[in-house]
Design a binder for this molecule. Structure first.
Ligand SMILES: Nc1ncnc2c1ncn2[C@@H]1O[C@H](COP(=O)(O)OP(=O)(O)O)[C@@H](O)[C@H]1O
Ligand SMILES: [Mg+2]
Length: 191
């Protein structure tokens, strides 16, 4: 297995995933080094923190530009068209992440895996400590992705799982509504 993502090269070596951050030629070399080093460090740190509560790959080893981690042998949710029955578990895992005050930053179905009947979150390169607004944005990104590429998804079931794990769920919902309203306003005002 070898995948080249936007930021990294992923290989399966001896049963482990190696995520190596590759050189980006369009960036100034010193800046490129710094960005790759920082994102790698941040991803490793946040994976460790998230693992307190959330299903994430366990870290085996880290170096300056790469992370060796557990291989989650399952499928990417992106490759599963119908998400019926998974919403509550998705909500629970994302709720747990947000309850640790971490937002994901790129919460699409390419970064959510399903192993047996468990949901795993991966790709913490853009994650960080966040506030209500960041959590609402995570949900907005996820729902947009789901609407564009999947069927069978119930937001109600998702919120059931999310609310169970995320104490401040009401604040996030209120903010999410505002984020949507702002989106509509922006579209209207640009016409
Ligand atoms: N721990 C893992 N277990 C199984 N597959 C993984 C794992 N980490 C990454 N992958 C696979 O590699 C792809 C790219 O990895 P990701 O961390 O999302 O990198 P990128 O930042 O390039 O998107 C994922 O969509 C997934 O298919
Ligand atoms: Mg990814």
């Amino acid at each position: 297995m070898k995948e080249i993502g936007a930021e990294a090269e992923i290989t399966l070596e001896n049963g482990f995933i190696l995520k190596k951050r590759i050189v980006k030629k369009y960036r100034e070399p010193q800046l490129d080094l710094r960005i790759r080093r920082e994102r790698n460090k941040k991803e490793a740190r946040l994976l460790v923190k998230a693992s307190q509560k959330v299903n994430v790959p366990k870290i085996i080893d880290t170096s300056e530009f790469s992370i060796k981690m557990e291989f989650i042998k399952g499928i990417k949710l992106k490759d599963k068209e119908n998400l019926k029955g998974l919403e509550k578990r998705m909500g629970e895992q994302i709720g747990l992440l947000h309850s640790l005050k971490i937002f994901h930053g790129d919460l699409t179905t390419s970064n959510i895996l399903l192993k047996k009947d468990e949901i795993y979150l991966i790709d913490f390169g853009l994650a960080d400590r966040g506030k209500i607004e960041d959590f609402a944005t995570d949900l907005k990104v996820l729902f947009e992705c789901v609407k564009a590429s999947h069927t069978g998804f119930s937001e109600t079931s998702f919120f059931e799982g999310y609310s169970k794990q995320m104490l401040e769920h009401n604040q996030v919902f209120t903010r999410l509504k505002k984020v949507y309203e702002r989106g509509r306003y922006r579209i209207k005002s640009s016409q």
